[in-house]
Design a protein. Structure first.
Length: 255
């Protein structure tokens, strides 16, 4: 597999011509992977100064071509009168470079670093998975993820998902589902991909496709990961073990 060069970008710190060049380059890659924002919309959305933190990891080839990214934003939220924080992210990789789990590592590093700085603050990852592959990777490495295929969410988790969804002004699908929202983006797929995901026997993928069968039309599966110490430690162990096994040739990369 081609070794990629990773770098971090503070989007909100960019200005002038540097900002324009970066968003031009990013949009070219984004538009290849997603059908959603136009160029001005991408900058307006991800350059939102109301985010308390916006970080991005960029993956490039040796000749400097951008082939992947993970844009992570952190928003303060208030629930039941208590201040909390919620991470959101958008990650994408050119098809020929996928399979290395590079985007997961960056998100995990940011979450652990933030938790160390704020050990007693409630923190979550909260977003919507636009594609089975995104939900599969997150569920594979995160120890606790909701909703999930093997058990029903406890009432406290359902209430938290509903509260966060309301704060984000999510619009829901029709017929309504508590976990499927109307999204303003969709992942572009190769011709053979829908059949691959639809016929998969993996229980995680099957759950996604059965719960969000119209994902290709721009529906996202709302997903919550409580970033507790227990979840972060066990997720780090799962991820580290998987990466070690891959390096030693003990596990195979999925599509």
């Amino acid at each position: 597999m081609v070794k990629l060069i990773k770098s971090q970008v503070d989007i909100l710190a960019l200005s002038g011509a540097e900002r324009t060049r970066f968003f031009d380059e990013w949009f070219d890659l984004y538009d290849e992977i997603f059908d959603g924002f136009d160029r001005p919309g991408l900058e307006a959305y991800y350059g939102d100064p109301n985010s308390s933190q916006t970080r991005m990891q960029v993956m490039r080839t040796a000749d400097g071509k951008m082939v992947g990214f993970n844009a992570v934003r952190l928003y303060p939220v208030e629930i039941d009168g208590k201040e909390r924080d919620a991470f959101r992210s958008t990650a994408g990789m050119k098809r020929e470079y996928r399979g290395g789990s590079s985007t997961i590592a960056f998100g995990l590093q940011l979450a652990v670093a933030y938790k160390i700085k704020h050990p007693f603050r409630a923190v979550y990852y909260f977003g919507s998975m636009l594609h089975p592959s995104s939900y599969y990777v997150l569920s594979k490495y995160a120890y606790e993820t909701w909703p999930r295929h093997d058990r029903e969410p406890p009432p406290i988790i359902d209430r938290l998902i509903a509260t966060l969804a309301e704060m984000r002004d999510y619009e829901f699908d029709d017929p309504p589902s508590p976990y499927v929202r109307l999204a303003n983006e969709r992942t572009r797929e190769a011709e053979d991909e829908p059949e691959f995901w639809r016929t998969s026997d993996n229980p995680i993928i099957r759950y996604y496709v059965e719960t969000n069968p119209r994902y290709a039309e721009g529906r996202g599966l709302i997903t919550l990961v409580p970033l507790t110490w227990t979840n972060l430690i066990l997720s780090s162990v799962k991820f580290g073990t998987a990466m070690l096994g891959r390096k030693l040739g003990l596990t195979k990369k999925r599509r």
